[in-house]
Design a protein around this ligand. Structure first.
Ligand SMILES: NC(=O)c1ccc[n+]([C@@H]2O[C@H](COP(=O)([O-])OP(=O)(O)OC[C@H]3O[C@@H](n4cnc5c(N)ncnc54)[C@H](O)[C@@H]3O)[C@@H](O)[C@H]2O)c1
Length: 323
C-alpha cells in the first residue's frame, strides 16, 4: 500500500479520481489534486468535498482547480513528486463522436503536458495512465489479452491509444516509469451519471422508459470501482509493471439485457425498455483477459456485477432517504 508519499492525481474530482483520493488519503499520503471541475456533468464538488472534509485539519492535500491544458498549472506544481495518477480526461465514446477535437485536445495534449512535466521530476516512481478497453475496438477474439490488435472505433478510443503511445515514447526515450491500465466499464456508488448504469437507475426511479441501443445482447465487462482502485495501487507499487499495459476488468461480461433485468429486480420497477439502433462507436463486446494482472500484480477482482449493483442501489436508496 502506498504510504507517506507525494502523489499527484489528475481528474481527482471525477468518479474514479475521488475514490482514489480517499484510498490514498487513508494511507497518509500527501496529495496534489488537480481538476478543472468542468461542467460535463454536475456534482463533482460535492463528491470530492465529502471526502476532503474528513482530512481538512490534517493538511494532507492541496486542491488545484486547474486545467491540464493550461501551462500555468505546471509552474505551480512542485517537481518533488513520487507518483502521478493521470485520470483527467474527457470520457464517453458517444460524446467524443460529436466533439472529436475537444476530446483529443484534453486526452492527448493534456497527457503530453503531464509527461513533459515528468522530465523535471528527479525520482518519479511511477506515472499511471488511465487507458481504456476501448483501444481494442471490436475484438477479433475474446477474452482480449493485452497483445490483442488495437482497432479503436471512436475519437475517445483513439485518444486513449494515442495517450498510451505517448507514455511508451516517454518510457523508451526518457526512462519515465509509466504503466498503462486499460479499465473496463467502471461502476459503483456515485458513478458517472452519463454511463449506462447511472442513467438506467435514474430513469427507473422516475418510472421512465430506458433506451437500449442495439438488441441489448451486446456484452460488457462491468468492473466494480474498488477492484479498479486496488488494481491501480497494486500496479503503482510493482516494479514489474513499469513500461507495461494491463487489463483491469472483472472478466465475466454480461449482456445489457441481463444488466437491466438485475436492475429491475432490485428496484422493483415495471420493465419498460425502448430499443433503438446501435450507436456509432459502441463495440459489440468487451471481455478482459486478466491473467497478466493476476500473475504480475496479484490483481484479483472480487465484486460480481450482482453484488456491485446491490451496493450501488443501496447507496441510491440511502441518498433518496436523506432528501
Ligand atoms: N469510468 C470508466 O468506465 C472508464 C473506463 C475506461 C477508462 N476510464 C478513464 O478513467 C479516467 C477517469 O474516468 P472517470 O469515469 O472517473 O471520469 P470522470 O469524467 O468522472 O473524471 C474525469 C475528471 O477529469 C476532469 N477533467 C476533464 N478535463 C480536464 C482538464 N482539461 N483539466 C483538468 N481536469 C479535467 C473532470 O472534471 C473530471 O472530474 C478517465 O481518464 C477515463 O478516460 C474510465
Amino acid at each position: 500500500m502506498l504510504k507517506n508519499k507525494k502523489i499527484i492525481i489528475t481528474g481527482a474530482a471525477g468518479f474514479i479520481g475521488s475514490y482514489l483520493t480517499k484510498a490514498l488519503l487513508e494511507q497518509n499520503n500527501y496529495l496534489i489534486l488537480v481538476d478543472n471541475f468542468n461542467d460535463y456533468y454536475s456534482g463533482k464538488e460535492d463528491r470530492l468535498n465529502a471526502i476532503l472534509e474528513n482530512y481538512e485539519s490534517k493538511k494532507d492535500y492541496i486542491l488545484l482547480k486547474e486545467d491540464i491544458l493550461n501551462p500555468k498549472l505546471y509552474k505551480k506544481l512542485d517537481p518533488e513528486i513520487d507518483y502521478i495518477f493521470h485520470l483527467a480526461a474527457q470520457a464517453n465514446v458517444r460524446h467524443s463522436i460529436k466533439y472529436a477535437s475537444e476530446v483529443s485536445n484534453t486526452n492527448i495534449i493534456g497527457t503530453i503536458n503531464l509527461l513533459e512535466f515528468t522530465k523535471k521530476i528527479k525520482d518519479l516512481r511511477r506515472f499511471i495512465f488511465a487507458s481504456s478497453s476501448s483501444v481494442y475496438g471490436n475484438p477479433l477474439y475474446t477474452p482480449c489479452d493485452e497483445d490483442h490488435p488495437k482497432n479503436p472505433i471512436s475519437p475517445y478510443a483513439i485518444s486513449k491509444l494515442a495517450g498510451e503511445i505517448y507514455t511508451n515514447y516517454y518510457y523508451n526515450q526518457f526512462q519515465i516509469p509509466i504503466t498503462n491500465l486499460r479499465f473496463y466499464t467502471v461502476y459503483g456508488p456515485n458513478g458517472r451519471p452519463d454511463m449506462a448504469i447511472g442513467k438506467f437507475f435514474n430513469l427507473m426511479l422516475q418510472n421512465k422508459p430506458l433506451t437500449v441501443y442495439g438488441t441489448g445482447e451486446q456484452l460488457r465487462d462491468f468492473t466494480y470501482i474498488s477492484d479498479i482502485i486496488s488494481g491501480m495501487i497494486l500496479s503503482s507499487e510493482n516494479e514489474k509493471a513499469v513500461g507495461e499495459p494491463f487489463n483491469l476488468g472483472y472478466s465475466t461480461p454480461i449482456s445489457v439485457n441481463e444488466l437491466v433485468d438485475i436492475m429491475y429486480e432490485f428496484t422493483g420497477v415495471q420493465r419498460n425498455i425502448r430499443y433503438e439502433k446501435p450507436q456509432m462507436g459502441d463495440v459489440e463486446i468487451t471481455h478482459s483477459k486478466i491473467e497478466k494482472a493476476k500473475k504480475i500484480l496479484n490483481y484479483h477482482p472480487k465484486i460480481s456485477i450482482h453484488e456491485g449493483l446491490k451496493k450501488y442501489y443501496a447507496w441510491i436508496k440511502e441518498r433518496i432517504n436523506k432528501l
